[in-house]
Design a binder for this molecule. Structure first.
Ligand SMILES: *[C@@H]1O[C@H](CO)[C@@H](O)[C@H](O)[C@H]1NC(C)=O
Ligand SMILES: *[C@@H]1O[C@H](CO)[C@@H](O)[C@H](O)[C@H]1NC(C)=O
Ligand SMILES: *[C@@H]1O[C@H](CO)[C@@H](O)[C@H](O)[C@H]1NC(C)=O
Ligand SMILES: [Cu+2]
Length: 240
């Protein structure tokens, strides 16, 4: 960025709204099973909660610091009252928005999806702070997120207003699960501790009769999975 553009965006920052609300949250979760589509509404952070399948967070701001307990399910995440239904192989449709309900404001960094079992309970009172999570999807730099077809972070398409789609593993065992979808925004990751983590947890009951489950050695804790010094979390040369 040239000095002129830098100065200009700093001025815009002082004058314009987008700078104060340049964070966001998971506004909706869609589940597409090929026969029918259900769109579950999340709660605006810190608003009066309505029954939802998405755990409400207290602010649109990011979680900062890889050892922050809020890395688990987002800032001060609360239990949600409802549970979504899904089956192995269903499409999960994550709909992230900026705090003012406009497009997601960031375009730099990966997106990851983890799951954990709530055991025999239905997740509505399940505290996942010491849960073991397994990863079902991750996406970083892609070549088809924009019409130009040049390599960009997949997160660019979220900034452009697209959903982020993830397929539930086709072999997943039935049961009660939390799905933790996470955007990591790296635009400030040139400084140690600068990465912005946006985890969001949704409560689902998976049906079917599959038997697939992750091995213990494939599971991680949140916090625990990342370190502030990891190459993908602290990146002086991050591709902006
Ligand atoms: C869910 O519904 C809202 C309101 O109609 C819509 O704006 C949003 O795009 C939908 N999201 C998904 C993931 O289907
Ligand atoms: C889960 O447990 C942690 C650690 O005790 C606590 O800080 C957090 O508030 C609990 N979460 C909920 C939603 O009760
Ligand atoms: C994600 O899935 C939804 C619902 O099936 C679909 O409308 C949308 O086009 C998909 N988006 C992408 C980027 O594949
Ligand atoms: Cu932000």
């Amino acid at each position: 960025m040239t000095m002129l553009r830098l100065a200009f965006s700093l001025i815009l920052c002082f004058l314009a709204l987008p700078c104060v609300s340049a964070h966001g949250y998971l506004a909706y979760l869609g589940i597409d099973d090929d026969q029918s589509y259900t769109n579950y509404t999340g709660n605006v952070p810190n608003a009066d909660p309505s029954p939802s399948v998405i755990r409400q967070v207290s602010d649109i701001s990011p979680v900062k610091g890889a050892s922050n307990p809020d890395l688990n399910c987002g800032l001060n995440a609360q239990f949600a009252q409802k549970v979504a239904s899904a089956n192995p192989g269903d499409l999960l449709v994550f709909d992230w928005r900026g705090g003012d309900n406009t497009n997601w404001p960031h375009n730099t960094g990966p997106m990851l999806t983890y799951m954990t079992s709530c055991g025999s309970s239905d997740c509505t009172q399940y505290n996942s702070s010491s849960s073991k999570w397994f990863k079902i999807a991750e996406i970083g730099i892609v070549t088809n997120a924009t019409s130009s077809n040049s390599p960009v972070w997949a997160q660019q398409s979220v900034m452009n207003g697209a959903f982020t789609n993830v397929t539930l593993p086709s072999t997943l065992s039935p049961g009660n699960y939390l799905i933790r979808h996470e955007i990591i925004a790296l635009h400030l990751a040139t400084a140690l501790g600068g990465a912005e983590f946006y985890p969001a947890c949704s409560q689902v009951k998976v049906g079917g009769s599959q038997t697939g489950m992750a091995e213990d050695s494939e599971m991680v804790l949140f916090p625990g999975a990342y370190k502030d010094t990891d190459p993908g979390i602290y990146d002086p040369d991050v591709r902006l």
